[in-house]
Ligand binder design. Structure first.
Ligand SMILES: *Cc1c(COP(=O)(O)O)cnc(C)c1O
Length: 386
């Protein structure tokens, strides 16, 4: 039985090898074979983020929001000044979490579909004292890609710690965590990392670990406190048994398999494949006469595409797309929610998948009454794929 392909911005389609790990009998969390798998996953997570051996990885049971909570709870102290580079829905969530832990938030906001340029950040940082800058690598609500290399360079020059929410970007968009001096890069299992939902993942720089160690207030969350988790991560990496709270054993096994598949492909190849497939989807969307939410292709994500509905079409057409073979997502950004839809193309996504999605969109648009020449998006996409 063929089923529609799940092509939303997470969860995504996972590989058969990853899903097989979910079906294995669950071992003890202190089984030597599992300890080795967990240790390997920690090492591989660093490699996927291109971070060196003195960077500290964390693999936690929870979603991407927990990874955000973990970074903020441990690194922000009451009264810290935090500048949130705001490119949409998930930047707003980061601001809420910072406020919850007593940080003073200043938003540097872009209109929906726009990005924030490094020079804008420099100006904002020169006019006030800021301790921490947060950036959303890919804002999943707008499809906007932030220039985290350029933004982090400015933040560092101004002496700020940099936290990047890479939930919709890690293992897809170019990331060189150590070279780009990103203090915390965080993500979740179910997006391009390619493992079912349920893990929050972080890699933390030595500088950020030092800020955490030097805290004067206790961490305001019990479960997120790195004081409990650091010894556990260190123990697993040293291939020793340890316990604070039971890890999501099968998910960790699935993650280890997925990280291996990503590293076997090679990070440069992974980045290049996402660009190629994204270019194909965007060319197909343009050929059908649809606009996109990002106001320029140079700041459009390669993990998802956010096409605007043409005249006379709304979210109800997504039911036709599903019947034609692909599950896509509606809009998310509150200001423009009803104006666009979202196609996820990240992780173990193939050229066949993007052609399936475009073909489904074409057929569904025709069924919904929008006249386009059959095959027009596929021709445009294939020109990018050759
Ligand atoms: C999906 C997403 C999140 C939230 O992750 P959950 O696993 O749903 O908690 C946060 N930030 C970004 C950029 C995302 O795409």
């Amino acid at each position: 039985m063929s089923r529609p392909r799940l092509m939303i911005p997470g969860p995504i389609e996972f590989t058969d090898e990853v899903m097989a790990e979910m079906a294995r009998p669950t071992p003890s969390h202190v089984d030597p074979a599992f300890i080795d798998i967990f240790g390997q996953a920690l090492e591989d997570l660093r490699s996927v983020f291109l971070a060196g051996p003195d960077y500290q990885p964390f693999i936690l049971a929870g979603s991407g929001t927990l990874a955000m909570d973990s970074a903020v709870a441990n690194l922000i102290e009451p009264g810290d000044s935090v500048l949130v580079v705001d490119t949409g829905y998930f930047s707003q969530r980061m601001a809420d979490i910072v406020r919850r832990y007593g940080g003073e938030v200043q938003l540097l906001s872009a209109a929906p579909g726009e990005t924030i340029h490094p020079e804008q950040l420099r100006q904002a940082l020169q006019s006030q004292q800021v301790d921490v800058v947060t950036i959303t690598h890919v804002d999943t609500s707008t499809g906007v890609l932030a220039d985290i290399q350029g933004l982090a360079a400015v933040a560092k020059q101004e002496g700020c710690l940099v936290i990047v929410d890479g939930v919709c970007a890690a293992a897809a968009e170019e990331l060189r965590q150590e070279q780009w001096e990103i203090d915390v890069y965080l993500t979740a299992s179910q997006k391009a990392i390619g493992t079912p939902p349920g893990l929050g993942l972080l890699v933390v720089s030595p500088l950020a670990m030092a800020k955490w160690l030097g805290r004067t207030h206790p961490v305001g969350s019990y479960y997120s406190d790195w004081g409990y988790w650091l010894p556990i991560m260190e123990a697993y990496e040293a291939r020793k048994a340890s316990y604070f709270a039971t890890p999501a054993v099968n998910l960790v096994m699935a993650l280890a398999t997925s990280l291996r598949q990503i590293l076997n492909e090679g990070m440069e190849q992974v980045f290049a494949r996402h660009i190629r497939l994204s270019n194909a989807v965007k060319a197909g969307i343009t050929a059908m006469g649809l606009g996109q939410v990002p106001t320029g292709l140079e700041h459009a994500a390669h993990t998802l595409t956010c096409p605007r509905y043409p005249e006379g079409i709304d979210a109800s057409f997504l039911a036709f797309v599903r019947e034609e073979g692909a599950i896509l997502a509606g809009g998310l950004h509150p200001a423009i929610k009803s104006e666009y839809f979202r196609i996820g193309h990240m992780g173990a996504v193939s050229r066949a998948d993007v052609l399936t999605a475009l073909g489904a969109v074409e057929s569904a648009l025709r069924r919904a009454g929008y006249a386009i020449e059959p095959g027009i998006s596929l021709t445009a996409a294939q020109a990018e794929l050759k």
